[in-house]
Design a binder for this molecule. Sequence first.
Ligand code: F6P
Length: 364
Amino acid sequence: MRIGILNSGGDCPGLNAVIHGVVGAASKLGWEVIGFRDGFEGLLPPGDYQILDSEDTVGILKLGGTILGTTNKRQFATKIGGSLDDQAENVIEKVGRTMKQLEIRALIVVGGDGSLSTALELYKAGFPVIGVPKTIDNDLQATAMTFGFDSAVSCVVDAMDRLHTTAVSHKRVLVVEVMGKNAGWIALWGGIAGAANVILIPEIEFSLDVVTNCIMEREAKGIHSTMVIVAEGAMMPGGEVVTQADKDERAGDVRFGGIGDTLANELARRTGKETRACTLGHLQRGGEPTSLDRILGARFGVKAVKLAQEGSFGSMVSYQSYHVGSAPIEDAVHKLRLVEPDSEVVETARAIGICFGDGEVSEG
Ligand code: F6P
């Protein structure tokens, strides 16, 4: 029996832990694992792959990135995404050739929303696909958590701790922009753990008057520095998501980024305070996974092999109530899991004095 594994989409700490889990569990069953390189593109004939045995995975559990390489939506996904047009059929036929030639009996796809949507298309076209949810953004449905998120939050908290001391020394406002696409999970968790004073996320509309007032109220109390954390997908009042000029036209993807600078300029103008912006960017995706992500990744990998053994194709590993189970891939994609504005975590943040920039300007 031979199975395949590929990573697709942005990299994320914990990918190698998944590979480690898959190879470990598969070799116990006497199965061979083929790792396809650079995402789905490794599936295109003649196939770009390497055979992975237990020796190849020695020491990778703790490594960031992925030993297999990955690609964002490019040639493959743009051809296969959406409806199966002529081009997509052609791609599917090509994938079929590779799968048949290599005698792959199960294909484990480790990816986020976009990549799992592609995995679903492949499953619907008749391929034996198993999904493993991956993203630092933590925005996938049908799983309470994805690996990579904890590592990203931990990077944000480390940065916040450092930025705090310089903000205090200079009596400045510091605006920290974090990743997350349209979801505010990284900003929310990173903001609470990193002791932000203001958290701005896409799910809660904010007013510049309220944020300005929060800073000035602190000033009046003799607290001269303020830490603002803003999710890259948050929108300036009356504006749109701030994006980079370049985008992947073919994949229809915009690249988020830039709200931190825009917001910092506006807050400096309104408060008259020295304000600096710091964009954490890809630091949040790089480096070694936290222990939680190492364990989650390994558990996800082992579960994916179990799903393959059961023949539960079209399903995805899922984490719910501290248990690693499964859910249909269909339930996880096309609709993001966003922060609920009235959730207990948001209420906790409000209770400890964090401002979300919403509501009315408080009197006094
Ligand atoms: O989805 C993960 C993520 O890191 C987002 O938070 C971010 O917007 C995006 O990927 C950046 O992707 P890239 O720079 O790889 O195009």
